[in-house]
Each structure stands twice: as C-alpha cells, then as structure tokens.
Ligand binder design. Structure first.
Ligand SMILES: *Cc1c(COP(=O)(O)O)cnc(C)c1O
Length: 351
C-alpha cells in the first residue's frame, strides 16, 4: 500500500478514482465517455447541479450565496478578486501569513492599494498574528485560512464589519466553520475537493463588485453568475471529480464526521513528533495546521536518512516545500487514518 502525503494535487478517495475511471469509458450507461459529452447537455447539467447542491448542503450555505466552478486555479483568484472589487484608489486589507498570501498581495497591488494589517514574517511564518486592526474603510479583508506551505491554520474568523475574502484552497470542507460569514470564498480543487483544473468560488450576492474599470467577460464574476458557471466550456471532468468527492464526503457523514477524523490524524502525528527527540515541528502549537504538518530535524544527515526510509516504506510526498526544507506531511480529507498511523509507527521507530 502506498501512503500518499502529497501536498497538492493530493490523495482522493479510492472510490472516486474508480467511479471517475468508469465514467471515462462509459458515463452513466450512456455508452459515451464523460470526456466527449457536450457541456450544455442535460447529462452534464445534472453533474453541475448536483455538485452545486452538495456544496450548499455540506457547507450549509444560505440563499445569498452563489456557487461557481471556474478555471484558472486559486492563483487566478489572487487577481480576479481585486480586479472585480478594488478600484484604483481603494484599499484592500490583507493578512500576510506566507507564500500564498504574499502572492495574493502582489496581485492586488496591480489594481489598488493594499494595507497589510499584520505579518508573521518576523518568525518565518511559523504562527498566525492575532492582534491587528482591520481598517473600517477597507473594501475587503483577505486571508488564507490554511497556509499549505508553512503549516499554519487560522481556526477562527476575525470579528469585523468589513467583507471577508478567504483563500480556503487547502482546508475547505475539512472542518466546521460558519461559511456564511464570508463574502467570498475561493479554493483550488486539487487539495480537498477534487481534481486540478477547477476552482470553487462562493460569492455572497450582497458583496457587489462595483469598479470603474472594464472587465473581460471571463474575469467578470457577475457574468459567470448570470451564466451559471457556463460562460464558456467548464472543466467538465474536473467538475465531475468534485461532484464524486462531494458525494463521498456526504456519504461518510459530511464535515462534522471528517473533522473528527482529521483531528485524530493531526493529534496522532503532532504528538508523535513532539515526543520524538529528533523531530521538531516548526509551528506554534495553537496555530498548527491539521492539513499540513511541517517539521524539521537539526541534522541534515538524519533528515536524508528519514527521507530514504519513507521512500522505502512507500510513503510519498513527505519532503518539505523547497522554501521551508525539512518535511511536510499532508493529512487531507481523503487520507485514511491508517496512513497517519503508519507514518507515526515509522517515525517512532526512527533513531
Ligand atoms: C495550492 C494553493 C494555491 C494555488 O493553487 P493553484 O490552483 O495552483 O493556483 C493557492 N492558495 C493556497 C492556500 C494553496 O494551497
């Protein structure tokens, strides 16, 4: 058995792979492949409708929320958000908690002013800043709920009247939160929702994009909403894989059920690492991500030995991001508890 700790694209449920591969050969007993049906057919419309309604149900979204499936990865949202919501002389408030947030900040500066309300750069992004003021005149406040690379996660939603925009790419659907508090949520699918190639974007209808600049149609959220994610050909197969993964999540009990398992996996892994004399988790305890566990060793020779051992034991994707070094073990929704246990057994045996 391979234990897949990849950070993204990452593990999906086995039954999703089985169902998706069947649909490539014969989709819903139509004799056609999912790859060759028209996106405006009732066949695909049913897929998109089911995906949307599963998102609404699992996240308990209210009727003000519009659910979109868009192209371009989360990186497109870094600029599509300011392009739609931030005029040249307006200010967007941003929290700087690592590489993905920095990229969002850089893109926002192309369109308007950016106020970085707090940063954890002073300690290499190993914690989440707590005390900061979100200026009341900001057009929106943007943060990254889980910092995939640095291994920090923000478990609370800041108190503010400013509309909140969140990049939830790597922890969406992994734990309960009040999703209705957000004016805009975006997430690339390849970590917790499905296959790479599609973004889930959820926009509150009361959060109005009012800017003076002209927008290309494909960049205009309003046009996507008006056309029900069918402004052009959607990434049909990627949306289908999302729908299957959402079905799976519902079948196992939804977000409350997966949160319990995710908590168990994270507790196991962190407590194993904390108890071990050689491993050193890098993140402040209260801000440790349940999705991406980042840790190092003080001896590069030992790091290499452990990496080789992981390889030998079929544990893939444990090498840390090049910017942090060390190790990163990702524990996304689809990672079975057994894989977390197997990793812990291996870590315990290492000396
Ligand atoms: C992976 C990731 C991204 C980038 O996603 P792409 O789909 O590659 O553009 C952005 N934000 C976060 C938090 C991520 O984990």
């Amino acid at each position: 058995m391979i234990h897949n700790f990849n950070a993204g694209p990452s593990i999906l449920p086995k039954e999703v792979f089985e169902q998706a591969s069947k649909a490539i050969l014969n989709f819903n007993n139509t004799g056609l492949s999912i790859l060759e049906i028209g996106h405006r057919t009732s066949l695909f419309e049913a897929v998109l409708d089911e995906a949307r309604s599963l998102v609404r149900e699992l996240m308990q979204l209210n009727d003000d929320k519009e659910i979109l499936f868009l192209h371009g990865g989360a990186s497109t949202q870094f600029f599509q958000v300011p392009m739609n919501f931030l005029d040249e002389h307006e200010t967007g408030a941003y929290l700087d908690c690592g590489i993905w947030g920095i990229k969002a900040i850089r893109e926002a500066k192309l369109f308007g002013n950016v106020n970085v309300v707090a940063s954890s750069k002073d300690r290499n992004y190993t914690y989440v800043p707590k005390d900061y003021v979100i200026p009341a005149n900001a057009k929106y406040f943007h943060y990254t709920s889980n910092n995939t690379i640095e291994g920090t996660e923000m478990f609370y939603i800041p108190e503010t009247n400013v509309p909140i925009v969140v990049d939830m790419s790597s922890d969406i659907l992994s734990r309960q939160t009040d999703f209705n508090r957000f004016s805009l949520i975006y997430a690339g699918a390849q970590k917790n929702i499905g296959a790479a190639g599609v973004n889930l974007v959820i926009i509150d209808r009361n959060f109005k994009p009012v800017v003076n600049r002209k927008l290309p149609s494909m960049m205009d959220y309003m046009q996507h909403i008006a056309n029900g994610s069918m402004l052009n050909t959607p990434p049909v197969f990627a949306v289908y894989v999302c729908m299957l993964t959402l079905r799976w999540l519902k079948s196992i009990g939804g977000i409350p059920a997966i949160e319990k398992i995710n908590q168990q996996k994270a507790d196991l892994v962190y407590s194993t690492l904390d108890a071990h004399p050689l491993f050193r988790p890098t993140v402040a305890k209260e801000d440790r991500s349940r999705m991406n566990v980042v840790f190092v060793m003080d001896d590069p020779e030992k790091e290499k030995q452990f990496l080789d051992l992981c390889k030998k034991e079929n544990m893939v994707g444990v090498k840390g991001h090049r910017s942090v070094g060390g190790f990163r073990v990702s524990l996304y929704n689809a990672l079975p508890l057994e894989s977390a246990k197997a990793f812990c057994d291996l870590a315990k045996s290492f000396n």
